[in-house]
Structures are given as structure tokens and as C-alpha cells.
Design a protein. Structure first.
Length: 157
């Protein structure tokens, strides 16, 4: 599906409605159409992400992924391979079977990819390691470990 065709079709419909009124209505419709043109692609992807997640939950095997190639958007069924032993140093979590959908800014995604490449590991392994490090510090603090005896806040006398 070409996302631009859907967006342009909706924009055109709004402009057409604006033409039914006077110049003020037409100007407002043009502004609304412009705003829709900017926000609709991300809203469409959010909707498709939810659809893919719901479909994946209903499938007996595999999952549904959203694939983007330029302006083309496709929902694709992917057969899952059995999960292998995690890469060395990925932590003590047995088989990696839980899945989350993570949305990142382009800048953050690039930094994650660069960091993973610098360490010579996959992006997935890098993210898992980073999450494990972050949650182990939080857990240690919650048990009175590192940082557990510090007070934070404001006081007045």
C-alpha cells in the first residue's frame, strides 16, 4: 500500500469540503489538510502497529511485521525460528521469548546502532544488555544497595 495515496486522498477530501463554503472556510480547510498531511503517516503506522500486534497474538506460530520501503507499507507474516542460546554476555535469562515493540527517534536509533557496531554485537543484544544493566542498578538500589542510603529532596529551616 502506498501511504502517500491514502494521505493525499484524505487531504483532497478535506480541501473539497472547504470548497463548499466561502473563502474563510476554504482557507481553514487548506490549513487542516496541511496539518493532516503531516500527522497522518505516523497515525497510520501506529494503527498498523496495533493491528500487527493483535494479529500476531492470534497466530498459532509466527508474527506479523510492518515493513516500510520508502512510501510502501506492507504487513508481512514471519515464521519464527526457534530461539537459540543467547549471545555471550546477554545475561541469565534462558530463552529469549518475550517481545516488545519499541519506538525510537531516528537519532536515538542511529546512536544505538553505532554503539552496537562499536561493541561488535547485534542491536538486539546491545539493547538487552543495556536494559539488564539499567534494571540491575534499579534493583540494587531498591534493596538498599548502591545509592540506597541517599536522601533527595528539598528542606527548609
Amino acid at each position: 500500500m502506498k501511504m502517500s495515496l491514502v494521505v493525499e486522498g484524505l487531504r483532497s477530501d478535506v480541501v473539497s469540503v472547504g470548497e463548499l463554503g466561502d473563502d474563510t472556510v476554504a482557507a481553514v480547510a487548506d490549513r487542516i489538510a496541511e496539518l493532516l498531511g503531516r500527522s497522518l503517516p505516523s497515525r497510520i503506522l501506529d494503527l498498523l502497529s496495533d493491528v500487527a500486534a493483535e494479529l500476531s497474538a492470534e497466530l498459532p506460530e509466527g508474527r506479523v511485521e510492518i515493513r516500510l520501503a520508502g512510501d510502501d507499507v506492507a504487513l508481512v507474516h514471519v515464521h519464527d525460528e526457534p530461539v537459540s542460546v543467547p549471545e555471550e554476555g546477554a545475561g541469565d535469562h534462558g530463552e529469549l521469548s518475550a517481545r516488545i515493540t519499541l519506538r525510537l527517534s531516528d537519532g536515538l536509533k542511529s546512536r544505538v546502532e553505532e554503539s552496537a557496531a562499536r561493541e561488535g554485537i547485534s542491536v538486539n543484544t546491545y539493547v538487552v544488555r543495556t536494559l539488564e544493566r539499567g534494571t540491575s542498578v534499579t534493583t540494587a538500589r531498591g534493596r538498599g544497595g548502591r545509592g540506597g542510603n541517599r536522601l533527595r529532596g528539598f528542606a527548609s529551616t
